[in-house]
Design a binder for this molecule. Sequence first.
Ligand SMILES: NC(=O)c1ccc[n+]([C@@H]2O[C@H](COP(=O)([O-])OP(=O)(O)OC[C@H]3O[C@@H](n4cnc5c(N)ncnc54)[C@H](OP(=O)(O)O)[C@@H]3O)[C@@H](O)[C@H]2O)c1
Length: 260
Amino acid sequence: MAKPILITGASSGIGYALARVCAAHRHDLVLVARREDRLLGLKAELEATHGVQVLTYRGDLTDADTRQQFFDWTQGQGIVPYALVNNAGFGDLTPFAESSWDKQNAMLQLNIVALTHLTRLYLPAMIAQGQGRILNVASTAAFLPGAYMAVYYASKAFVLSFTEAIATELEGTGVTATTLCPGPTQSEFAERAEIKDAKLFETAGNLPTSADVAIYGYAAMEKGERTAVHGTVNQMLSLATRLLPRKKLAAITRDIQKPA
Ligand SMILES: NC(=O)c1ccc[n+]([C@@H]2O[C@H](COP(=O)([O-])OP(=O)(O)OC[C@H]3O[C@@H](n4cnc5c(N)ncnc54)[C@H](OP(=O)(O)O)[C@@H]3O)[C@@H](O)[C@H]2O)c1
């Protein structure tokens, strides 16, 4: 495969859009998600439009065995990724004390453990080949505590901290690690997180598309940027979180996100 890029969560939203951007830049692709029909539709489109090779893998990345099997499957085909895009993730708007533990646990497994595990599995070969890119999708949620989405915000804080740390470890190896921090973006995220009607998404007005975020994220990854916050307003807000007390930040998210 030519400079292959592995993308998790490529069946909708930002991952789907990233696959299109990567294919337009002539990368072969390995796409992972649970909805294989979506992946196969995207494969057909990208192979026809860009002449790239696209492999698909149906799997639930909350499961450690599935992650290992996916890695072994790519190893078996001799694939050393040029880039690993850990994009799959989801949120849940709910008071923590009333939340489903199974859902919170799945979120931790996907947003944190799968991202960390896949990075650990693929990084050694990327370092050995002397070039590569890790793109970990966090969120502007990484910069503050988020009432009523406590686990989600905390998971994204992990992604930011983890990726910043390995980016430093990777200096001089030819491999870079970038954290992409989108703000609210058009995708299936809000509906799945049951925040369609939350004030945050109500008041956000014309949200950027997943394609907007994907174009920005791909460019940041290619430049080897450490942290890439999408959008000027989000960049200003993420800087402002450094100035306010964290208790105040949590109260702001409470007022914006309190479920009806
Ligand atoms: N949209 C926003 O407002 C926003 C803002 C900031 C950050 N983000 C982050 O952006 C990333 C992409 O989200 P999105 O907005 O594009 O949402 P989305 O449209 O819901 O896409 C999520 C993707 O993750 C995949 N996925 C979910 N659970 C999975 C599992 N157990 N195993 C494998 N794949 C799984 C889904 O595929 P299947 O269901 O087919 O498995 C889908 O392809 C997430 O990490 C999210 O936290 C989103």
